[in-house]
Write a protein that binds this ligand. Sequence first.
Ligand code: HEC
Length: 251
Amino acid sequence: MIRLIATFIAIVGFSMSAYAAGDAEPNKQLVWPFDGVTGYVDQQSAQRGFQVYNQVCAGCHSLKRVSYRNLVEIGFSEAEAKAIAAEATVIDGPNDEGEMFERAGRLSDRFVAPFANEQAARASNNGALPPDLSLMIKARPDGANYLYSLLTGYSDAPAGFKVGEGLHYNPYFPGKQIAMAAPLSDDLIEYQDGTQASADQMAKDVAIFLQWASEPEMQHRKNMGIKVLIYLAIFTIFFYIAKNITWRDVK
Ligand code: HEC
C-alpha cells in the first residue's frame, strides 16, 4: 500500500515538474547522424565539438566522466590525445613530503575540471552552478535538440518579460531565463579543419561531441543490433528451408 502511494506521489510529482517546464519553447528538431538504428558518431564533427568544448565550455563546465584517452574513439590519434592531455594541469599527490603537486595531464587522467569545487564554481558564476556536461545529453529529454536549441536560442526578451538580475532570456530553458550568458557567437574560435565556425555550426558540433560523451558505446550497440537482426534473418530462412525438407513427405 505504501509503495502504491509512493508511486502515485512520484507520478503526480513527475507530471507536475513536466508541467512546470512546460512554459519553455519546444526544442528545434534537427536530423542527427547518431539518430536511428544505423546511427553513427560523425567523428569529424565530434572532433570539432571537442574543440568547442575545450576552448569555450571548459572555462565553466567540467566533463568528469571522460578521460583524455577516450579521445581516440572519435578519431584523434594517440599522439594528438597525449598532446591535448599535456595541455591540462593536474593536481596530483601527495608526494613523499606530503605535498600536493602539479603535473601535466596524461592519457589516463579524466578531463580536468575548471573549478576546484562547487563553491568556487558558484562564486565565479553569480551563484549559479555550471553543471557537469558528461551526461547532459542523456539527462535532458530530447537532449541533443535541447542543447542545440538552448545554445542558439538566446534572444531579446519580449516586451513585458522581466529578466532577473544576472540572468539571460532564453525561451528554451525552463522558466525562460538562464544564468549562463550566450556562450557562442559566430567565429568565436577557429576550427582546425577549416570549417567556418558559425554559432550554429559550433552548437551542432558540440551537441554531437557531448552525445558521444554521454553514450560512448552507442555505435557499438547499434552495430551489434544490426548484426543480430541479420543473424536472425538468416536463421529464419534456414529454419524455413529445414522445416520444408523435414515435412516434405507428410502431406
Ligand atoms: C562563463 C561560464 C559558462 C560558459 C563558458 C558556458 N556555460 Fe553553460 N552554464 C553556465 C552556468 C552558470 C549554467 C547554469 C545556468 C542556470 O542554472 O541558470 C550553465 C548551464 C548550462 C547547461 C544546463 C542547462 C539545463 O538545462 O540545466 C548546459 C547544457 C550548458 N550550460 C551547456 C554549455 C555549453 C555546451 C557551453 C559551451 C558551448 C557552455 N555551457 C558554456 C556557465 C557557462
